[in-house]
Unconditional design. Sequence first.
Length: 276
Amino acid sequence: MSALEWFAHKPLGGGIFWIQERFYESGNRANIWLVRGSQRDVVIDAGLGLRSLPEYLRDAGLLAPAEGAGPRPLLAVATHVHFDHSGGLQHFEEVAVHSAEAAALVRGDNYEAVTWLSDREVARPPRPGWRAREFRVPPVRPSRLLQEGDVISLGDRQLTVMHMPGHSRGSICLHDKDRKILFSGDVVYDGSMIDWLPYSRISDYVASCQRLMELVDRGLVEKVLPGHFNIFGAERLYRLASNYISQAGVCHKISTCAMRSIASIALRITNSRTSS
């Protein structure tokens, strides 16, 4: 299967494209965002990597500027290293990730990447004989380590890094302040927030949600482009963040601890089988 078959995209206007993996039919299917700038293009998250995303971007004509010159530099930014967001980083020459998860990416740590993929989630295999049990996020050495407050310049637009741990220890959002757009990764999306994975932490998540609410209170976000599911606005962002905080009590912490233990054991078993 070619990259053109595997991916599909939708232009959102303003130099932003929404890309998805067509045949990965799962709630874990990540949204991939291409943001075009006057001097640099940025891909936010990279999917599973079963087909080459840069190849798709080239073949679909998404990288060529209007003047017809050569493509601008292309940077892939991972909002975190979970497998559904980081598997495709292997295909990019320039990769950026938060420093808290850089070591996991370098060593190809599929425990921290929570690699969990089944054959039934892939409607059409990317090549003959492919099996989900063989899938792993390969080691990738990032060319740039991100920290809170870093700015990724695209020329005519700037994306500010916001370190928002909780879902994972290196989770980030990217904030386009001028356009009041938040690329939220898995920090927040229109669904149940997951805080029971390895390196998830409820107290960090509460603090991150408080920051999200502050962004809304200050009028700094009007549109959220999340890591999964659909785009939503500021009112929904505030409600999702405030609901998480209100539910993060003692009972939630106890149940989450139990779920994290089960998930940790299952991931260790799964990854030991994959690597054997």
